[in-house]
Design a protein around this ligand. Structure first.
Ligand code: PGA
Length: 242
């Protein structure tokens, strides 16, 4: 694991966007694995600026998002597909047919998940997978569990994740209880993983990911076994990593 220490959220966003941008410049057909949440918003803003400045061309980029709430269509403003359109895709020249998010509107979980696995596999897996980390160590919606997950699957969200995500909904009851998520194995198939972490509330998860045992109780700990991980973290997130 390579660690890049940054000052704060802004600094993290710039550096992560520079890493992603460099990949797109070097390989215009880059397959990106993208994430939602608060962490990547600043990174996406920087990528949009890179496009507006004429430095980045997304026309051949393909993207595969980590996860989607089960039961939400891509037009639903609370869906992750909508979030990605709003935060990134609508503002760059990515071809909409190259954008992929699990189909939360498909109530047949097995069909939705195996179709997504087929698409990611056909793309040859991600060149670069951007990840955030949950306070409980989750990556995507791979929550603490008895085993590491493999392909895309339907998960019951933990109470801590529901509470963490409730800030984006009017009421906690509105947070969907299930999601379709890329599995841990699929995430591990990415050639490069970039993990972005800021804030003290992630310090324990980051510590456990880097220094704890490799255990599905902290799904991110599997990244210790990946040969090419860059962690971009600020001092607050690193406060327990002495
Ligand atoms: P956050 O979520 O970026 O909103 O903190 C990260 C995650 O839960 O993976």
């Amino acid at each position: 694991m390579k660690l890049i220490r940054v000052r704060d959220y802004e600094d993290m966003s710039r550096k992560v966007a520079n890493i992603i941008g460099a990949h797109i410049i070097l390989k215009p057909t880059t397959v990106l694995g993208l994430a939602t949440g608060t962490t990547p918003i600043g990174t996406y803003q920087r990528l949009i600026k890179g496009y507006e400045d004429g430095d980045l061309d997304f026309s051949q980029v393909r993207s595969y998002n980590l996860d989607e709430y089960r039961g939400l269509t891509h037009e639903d403003p609370q869906s992750y597909h909508y979030f990605m359109n709003d935060q990134l895709f609508n503002h760059v020249n990515i071809d909409p047919s190259n954008v992929h998010v699990p189909d939360g509107a498909n109530p047949d979980a097995d069909a939705a998940c195996s179709e997504y696995d087929r698409m990611v596999e056909e793309a040859g897996y991600c060149d670069l997978q951007l990840l955030g980390i949950g306070r409980n160590g989750h990556i995507g919606f791979n929550e603490p569990d008895e085993v590491f997950s493999k392909g895309t699957h339907c998960v019951d969200l933990t109470q801590s994740t529901i509470e963490a995500n409730a800030r984006l909904f009017e009421r906690e009851e509105d947070v969907p209880r299930q999601a379709y998520t890329m599995g841990t194995q699929t995430i591990m198939n990415a050639r490069l993983i970039v993990m972005a972490v800021t804030g003290e509330n992630k310090a324990q998860a980051l510590h456990d990911m880097c220094y704890g045992p490799v255990t599905p109780q902290c799904p991110a700990s599997i990244l210790q076994l990946h040969p090419n991980v860059i962690v971009v973290a600020d001092e607050a997130a690193l406060s327990l990593c002495k």
